[in-house]
Design a protein around this ligand. Structure first.
Ligand SMILES: Cc1cc2nc3c(=O)[nH]c(=O)nc-3n(C[C@H](O)[C@H](O)[C@H](O)COP(=O)(O)OP(=O)(O)OC[C@H]3O[C@@H](n4cnc5c(N)ncnc54)[C@H](O)[C@@H]3O)c2cc1C
Length: 697
């Protein structure tokens, strides 16, 4: 007998597991060596993740250990990093940090899809995803904690806020998780006497006309009716454009407020697939009818990462566990056919039906063309999934959990698996408050993108004063944290803003351990407490009464984003320029200062002139610079320039952010001096000579 053929399977999900099982069932170890790579040592039964989030199932019931399920298969938890289709080799991150390699006779790629919430601003910062067991556990712990918070909260508005949940996406997982959260929160009320039914809101936000687009219209309508009856609000034709700590914003500028957002839409292409040099469509691997990769004899693709046409109806297969499992079985049969010199068969499958649990022991289903809803559908849904679970041990566990769920109330234990504070990111829309004056200090913030206003409110008359404008590279929130007092000012986003947030304990640990950060903090605190206005209150009053519009001048040197390095060099070499503005479609996207240029000039000077054009000016510039609007006060502009040591700031329109010109520290200073010399003559900015603009926009 010759050496066994090796089949390498990447991905231990629905597709990969079924493929490994079928191969092992038909081929002996002497005939075939089966190696399965899966990052986790278990397979996740995704359809039941909403039940874990809703505390009707325990997490271990939906994770089946691959090693115990797949006898005779070599299971490895290393991540496959790349595939060389020509040499028939996979490369993986070995346990010791090195790169391991393994050759194959046949390769099956079944690595699914990754979560990508990044296409909606703020979604990855503020929403819970639902893809892993960890995601489901984190969501469940959070929902239970919100119940605990609401129970002890005496303020009715805040209590309702704790219990406001938004689920984005009206597909199967969105509907199921909305139903589960609603059941968990409403059915647990008897253990939380201070919570009333009116305190709870669960909102399902969906972009289409009806939820569950995979089902027939009458079943969708039934599902919507039943869910509304159970207390869930359903918002249709609602396309989400941003998520913040306050909830979600829609494309039409409506907002749904909620303390908790769960996002069940947004998938991405796994890095492994992205790196693979083979034809793809929208990131999915293109396959031939027998599931072989286009143009390859030994590599096959199945499941969510592949684009497979179903020979049964000529349609592209949907990304479901049901299809992935069937593809896994049929791809194994095709590999066996190739090994024994037989002809392969195209993928063909007639789906038996679909189920969706909608909460309250209710489900909707279409089975073999028949439509069912209500308790019977729910009972069938549970029975089918019990049968479909990948091992007997899981069937028993899930069965026991469900029996418990029928007899007793849901388990409200909140095991704190992640009590430590983390560094996280947050997104704010224009007008959102990061924090308000008087609130307790909980976090430290560092600005990555966008501009924020620091505002102080006069307690006596409620009037607001803009005390500073901050932008990328700035940080804030440190003083109240260090001094252990409430916030002395509010911080509000002026443009879309992204910040990195450090909790108080992490901030304290990092700032103690990092000497340079300590110095920067001390310097910032010194600057903030020794604001120039404390010594010059009359100048402050004078500049506070003047808008930036009174001082605006033509912008300095302007280039568009596609300009070359040579053009920037030329401006600084031949003009007394200190800053060049980079503009795209009339909006400022970055600034380049002399210092920025000196940073790279050494490196670039050695290159032939012909190669210099390859240096992108976008890589030189400081992106998203701090900007002022015409309506801001000259005092805010002066303070921003003073605290950053800047000579000028760009001025833009408040609507649309179109570049108008700039405000210069020198001009403001001259006006102040003129006022001192001739008090009645202030200001006279019109006498400032306009600077010539080099514009290639
Ligand atoms: C919340 C939720 C509910 C769902 N409900 C249903 C439902 O009711 N019915 C239904 O039919 N479908 C449902 N689905 C969809 C279903 O889960 C997927 O279609 C199915 O899991 C796809 O199977 P797969 O084998 O392609 O990939 P997956 O099951 O995603 O498995 C891929 C595996 O590959 C591993 N992997 C990825 N890259 C690498 C690498 N480079 N190296 C090593 N390992 C790697 C991953 O860790 C993962 O374990 C649901 C999905 C979710 C998220």
């Amino acid at each position: 007998m010759g050496t066994p053929k090796r089949v390498v399977i990447v991905g231990g999900g629905f597709g990969g597991v079924q493929c490994a099982r079928t191969l092992r069932r038909h081929l002996s170890a002497e005939a075939c060596d089966i190696v399965l790579f899966n990052r986790e040592n278990h397979m996740v039964f995704h359809p039941l993740l909403p039940e874990v989030a809703g505390a009707s199932l325990n997490p271990d019931a939906v994770a089946a250990p691959l090693r115990q399920m797949l006898h005779g298969v070599r299971c490895r938890t290393e991540t496959v990093r790349s595939i060389d289709l020509g040499r028939q080799v996979v490369e993986f991150d070995a346990h010791d940090g090195h790169t391991g390699t393994l050759s194959y006779d046949h390769l099956v790629i079944g690595c699914g899809r990754s979560v990508n919430l990044g296409s909606v601003p703020g979604m990855s910062d503020h929403a819970f995803p639902l893809k892993t067991v960890g995601d489901a556990m984190a969501l469940r712990a959070h929902v239970i904690q919100q119940l605990e918070n609401a129970e002890v909260c005496s303020d009715a508005v805040q209590r309702r806020w704790y219990l406001s949940f938004i689920v984005v996406g009206g597909g199967f997982s969105g509907v199921e998780v909305a139903g589960e959260i609603n059941d968990l929160v409403r059915h647990s009320r008897r253990f939380y006497p201070n919570i009333s039914s009116d305190d709870i809101s669960v909102t399902l936000v969906h972009s289409g006309d009806h939820i569950l687009p995979e089902l027939s219209l009458d079943l969708r309508t039934v599902a919507e009716h039943e869910m509304r009856k159970a207390g869930i609000s359903i918002e249709l034709n609602a396309r989400v454009s941003a998520a913040t700590a306050d909830g979600v914003w829609l494309k039409d500028d409506r907002q749904f407020r909620g303390a908790t957002t769960v996002c069940t839409v947004g998938t991405g292409v796994p890095l492994l697939v992205e790196r693979l040099d083979t034809p793809k469509e929208r990131g999915s691997l293109l396959t031939r009818p027998d599931m072989r990769l286009a143009g390859n004899e030994h590599a096959w693709a199945i499941g969510d990462c592949a684009r497979i046409v179903n020979a049964h109806d000529g349609e592209v297969c949907p990304p479901t566990g049901q299809f992935a499992e069937r593809q896994g079985r049929q791809v194994a049969e095709n590999i066996i056919r190739v090994m024994s010199g037989r002809v392969t068969r195209p993928f063909s499958y007639k789906p038996l039906g679909v189920f969706c649990a909608i909460g309250g022991r209710n489900a909707v289903a279409e089975i073999l063309g028949r439509r069912i809803s209500g308790f019977l559908a729910w009972f069938m849904w549970r029975s089918v999934y019990l049968f479909k679970l990948p091992s007997w041990s899981r069937r028993v566990k899930v069965g026991a959990d469900w029996a418990w769920d029928l007899l007793f109330s849901r388990d409200l234990v909140n095991l704190k698996t992640d009590p430590t504070e983390r560094v996280s990111r947050a997104y704010y829309r224009p007008g959102d408050f990061v924090f308000k004056q008087g609130e307790p200090a909980l976090n430290f913030y560092s600005v990555e993108k966008g501009t924020l206003d620091v505002i102080r409110t006069n307690d006596a008359d409620g009037s607001e004063q803009l005390v500073a404008v901050i932008g990328p590279g700035d940080f804030f929130g440190e003083m109240a944290l260090i001094e252990g007092r409430a916030r002395s000012a509010s911080v509000r986003a002026r443009t879309p803003v992204e910040v990195t947030t450090l909790g108080a304990q992490v901030f304290s640990r990092i700032s103690k351990a990092l000497a340079p950060l300590q110095q920067r903090l001390a310097e910032a605190i010194r600057q903030r407490t020794t604001s120039p206005w404390t010594r010059m209150p009359h100048v402050h009053a004078m500049l506070s009464a003047q808008p930036v519009a009174s001082f605006v001048e033509p912008a300095p040197y302007i280039l568009d984003g596609n300009s070359t390095f040579e053009q920037v060099l030329d401006i600084f070499a031949t003009h007394h320029a200190d800053t060049v503005y980079i503009v795209d479609s009339e909006r400022i996207v970055g600034v380049i200062t002399r210092t920025d240029l000196f940073r790279v000039v050494d490196v670039v000077a050695d290159r032939p002139v012909s190669e210099r054009s390859s240096v992108s000016i976008r890589s030189l510039m400081s992106p998203d610079p701090l900007v002022m609007t015409m309506e801001d006060t000259a005092a805010a502009a002066a303070l921003s320039m003073w605290s950053r040591g800047l000579k000028s700031l760009p001025v833009v329109t408040s609507e649309g952010g179109r570049l108008i010109g700039c405000i210069r520290a020198e001009t403001v200073m001259q006006a102040v001096l003129r006022r001192v010399a001739r008090p009645e003559g202030f200001p006279e900015p019109a006498s400032v000579p306009a600077r010539a603009s080099l514009t290639s926009v």
